[in-house]
Design a protein around this ligand. Structure first.
Ligand code: A3P
Length: 285
């Protein structure tokens, strides 16, 4: 019933059949955006849920009620998910949408409608660590094996959702032709307030005075860890097993240092240089 062992292949990527079918993926790839849409683009484990919470709070003008009463997947639905069609509601405000798809799947429709795109990127070493622990707990992902085995698959781009490098380069290449706001997980950590100010200016939705405190409070790691609408508590344990890891796991920058051996760090560095050239250099350390 849950299709936990099913893998779908689409646009050269392997994807969990629990979340996607060929029909849902085709629906995403032919989706007609409108200019007022806001599309959050991430590679998995890059802080997607955090940004979904921030967007919810910006558009509720700091009112935490929507974030506390509606699951994130219904407030900011994933285009490519099985239930997207039902979740897509006619709202008065802009539609807040999320995707993990690479740009080639969505580019034609995005070019036409030019919705606002938020591209959130995280240090790939921390992504790999977060992804590894997620795969240990999520029974709709293949068993990741040891961290070393998972890391090699991550570097080869054979994990579900494909290569971080291809995904990131692909979206960076769209910067000129689309209306893109680029931000990193690390910037959110370093300066949440400044990041939210820049983001709300980009969205043309300035926050009412005094609401920044509400965002700071409700989007903190501790608050989100306690918010059942985002912390994985709504998902049955046979699908996501909290005894193996937590969805809101650590929420820190640099956890890779606790996982990578010197050899793995060197391997990663080589691959990063080869793939990214001079781009995203902040992630070299
Ligand atoms: P860790 O596994 O490193 O803790 P996604 O939402 O894309 O799946 O990303 C999940 C990662 O974002 C997890 O990283 C999670 O803990 C982190 N995260 C979620 N909310 C956060 C917050 N408010 N502050 C910091 N990190 C957060």
């Amino acid at each position: 019933m849950y299709r936990l062992d099913v893998t779908e292949t689409f646009a050269g990527l392997s994807l969990p059949g629990h979340l996607h079918t060929q029909e849902s993926l085709n629906f995403a790839s032919t989706f007609q955006f409108c200019g007022s849409d806001v599309l959050l683009v991430t590679y998995p484990k890059s802080g997607t849920t955090w940004m979904q919470e921030i967007l919810t709070l910006i558009y509720s003008d700091g009112d935490p009620r929507p974030a506390k009463t509606t699951p994130n997947w219904a407030r900011t639905p994933w285009l490519e998910h099985i239930h997207f069609k039902e979740l897509l509601q006619e709202t008065e405000g802009p539609r807040l949408l999320t995707t993990h798809m690479p740009p080639q799947v969505l580019a034609a429709s995005l070019r036409k409608a030019k919705p606002k795109v938020i591209h959130l990127v995280r240090n790939p070493k921390d992504v790999a660590v977060s992804f590894y622990h997620f795969c240990r707990m999520a029974n709709f992902f293949p068993d990741p094996g040891s961290f070393d085995e998972f890391l090699l698959a991550f570097l080869d781009g054979t994990v579900h959702y494909g290569s971080w490098f291809e995904h990131t380069k692909g979206w960076l290449n769209c910067k000129e032709e689309l209306d893109v706001f680029y931000i990193t997980y690390e910037e959110l950590h370093q300066d949440l307030e400044g990041s939210v100010e820049r983001l709300s200016a980009f969205l043309g939705h300035p926050l009412p005075p005094g609401q920044m405190d509400s965002i700071r409070q409700h989007c903190s790691f501790v608050s989100m860890s306690n918010n059942q609408m985002v912390n994985g508590a709504l998902i049955p344990h046979e699908i996501m097993d909290p005894s193996k890891s937590q969805f809101m796991r650590k929420g820190i920058v640099g956890d890779w240092r606790n996982h990578f051996s010197p050899l793995q760090t060197e391997l990663f560095k080589k691959k990063f240089q080869q793939e990214m050239g001079g781009r995203c250099l902040g992630f070299m350390d």
